[in-house]
Design a protein around this ligand. Structure first.
Ligand code: ARG
Length: 456
């Protein structure tokens, strides 16, 4: 078969090299955006008088036909990539006039255009999926404003908190991820089309018109940059890595909380798996998989950064390596967000176990220190006194709430009966009323702010 670029060649391509160089195996994902790009390019060529009316009409009709029959296309390795495969199919459809479509265009600006268009569609879908997850977080939070659980630092019991507060922490991480994606879109919605191979074109094209037809917001001002820029992809891969990192942290907690040792959460059967050998097992596989897939998403970021680091201007074939990583990341992140949403929505938090945990620890020690401060004791001294009281309890095998008043008064004479109420986890949570704190009312305020974010 002769190549579209075969004019200056006399020998046949090596079959192995052809296989090695072809991208059709993966870039066929770009078929529908490639056709959109071609439709806009053809119309612009006609409007600028570069294509005759009948030529444009035939090309447009052929491209529309290919769009309708997308699922039935047969692509070949010999046609190397999606661009040349579609050109061949268009030629089969409308004859030699198809050859006029590539006027004032190169595969270099074509593939860049495709990637911009594809990324825009994907990022919009991802933002929507993230909002779905955020919505589930607010629903779970709403149910659990008054559910008390241990709050941790260093994975050691620290202070009791509202479960809603814990859940909403992840809401805000995702909110920042969404902001980053929206910002990324500013660089994604820029048109490289019309940059040609690298230097622009001698034809009187209108790049702003084709950009407008494709819904881009701007046009690259430099043709070399237009065809060789993959910053917008790298940026996306970094954002995707951050999203996975956030999900992975939450997965780690879910895996831990689902253990018999913690028993804070029960995952639904729909989002758990069994063991082929041990009949009693109920494993949090999907949380583990999301945590595990974070690695490949980080890998794709490193991969593209490394591919790009030594490239001279402008297009280099190395850049064909951008696609598999970004497609893989896009599938992985989107599915991870969706699976996580179902897993969280159907999970049951074991409220009794969570609350019981907060009555069997020293996470109310700060309460006692703060109380002494209200009696005029400097915080440093109060800290020391409470430390001694905790040590005493450890020796006695009891908790702070169990100490008799006389013992308290031996630590400090101003301690009265009122201390016992302050030491309850409910009070410890309720009294943290500072903005952004875990106090029940502060959490209610936070929850309404969260809901307002996703209502827009
Ligand atoms: N398949 C190529 C890629 O993905 C398209 C651009 C090819 N351009 C070229 N001059 N060989 O990057």
């Amino acid at each position: 078969m002769t190549k579209l670029w075969g004019g200056r060649f006399t020998e046949q391509a090596s079959a192995q090299a052809e296989q090695f160089g072809a991208s059709i195996g993966f870039d066929q994902k770009l078929a529908s955006v490639d056709l959109r790009g071609s439709l806009a390019h053809a119309r612009m060529l006609y409007e600028q008088g570069i294509l005759a009316k009948e030529e444009w009409e035939q090309i447009e009709q052929g491209l529309n036909k290919l769009t309708e029959t997308l699922d039935t296309h047969v692509y070949t390795i010999q046609d190397e990539d999606i661009h040349m495969n579609l050109e061949r199919l268009l030629t089969e459809e409308i004859g030699p006039v198809a050859g006029k479509l590539h006027t004032a265009r190169s595969r270099n600006d074509q593939v860049a255009t495709d990637l911009h268009l594809w990324m825009e569609e994907h990022i919009n879908a991802l933002i929507e999926a993230i909002e779905g997850l955020q919505s589930v977080m607010t629903v779970q939070a709403e149910t659990h404003v008054e559910t008390i659980m241990p709050g941790y630092t260093h994975l050691q019991r620290a202070q009791p908190i509202s479960l809603a507060h814990h859940l909403l922490a992840y809401f805000w991480m995702l909110e920042r991820d969404k902001e980053r994606l929206k910002d990324n879109l500013k660089r994604v919605r820029v048109s490289p089309l019309g940059a040609g191979a690298l230097a622009g074109t001698t034809f009187p094209i209108d790049r702003f018109r084709s950009a407008e037809l494709l819904g881009f917001e701007a046009v690259y001002p430099n043709s070399l940059d237009a065809v060789s820029d993959r910053d917008f992809v790298i940026e996306y891969l970094a954002i995707a890595s951050t999203i996975m990192m956030h999900l992975s942290r939450f997965c780690e907690e879910i895996i831990l909380y689902a253990t018999q040792e913690f028993s804070f959460i029960e995952l639904s059967d729909a989002f758990s798996t069994g063991s082929s050998m041990m009949p009693q097992k109920k494993n949090p596989d999907f949380a583990e998989l999301i945590r595990g897939k974070t690695g490949r998403v980080y890998g794709n970021l490193m991969g593209l950064l490394t591919t790009m680091k030594g490239l001279p201007l402008a297009y280099n074939k190395d850049m064909q390596e951008d696609k598999e990583g970004v497609f893989d990341t896009a599938d992985t992140v989107l599915q991870s967000v969706q699976i996580f949403t179902g897993m969280l929505e159907s999970a049951r938090f074991k409220t009794e176990a969570l609350e019981k945990a907060t009555t069997q620890d020293f996470s109310n020690a700060t309460e006692l220190a703060d109380y002494l401060v209200t009696k005029g004791v400097p915080f440093r001294n109060a800290h020391e006194i409470v430390g001694k009281a905790v040590l005493h309890c450890v020796g006695q095998g009891c908790y702070l709430k169990d100490l008799p008043l006389s013992t308290y008064q031996s630590f400090h004479p101003d301690i009265t009966e009122e201390v016992y109420d302050l030491l309850t986890p409910e009070q410890a949570v309720a009294r943290r009323a500072s903005y952004g704190g875990t106090g029940f009312d502060a959490v209610r305020t936070q929850l309404s702010e969260a809901k307002a974010k996703i209502a827009n």
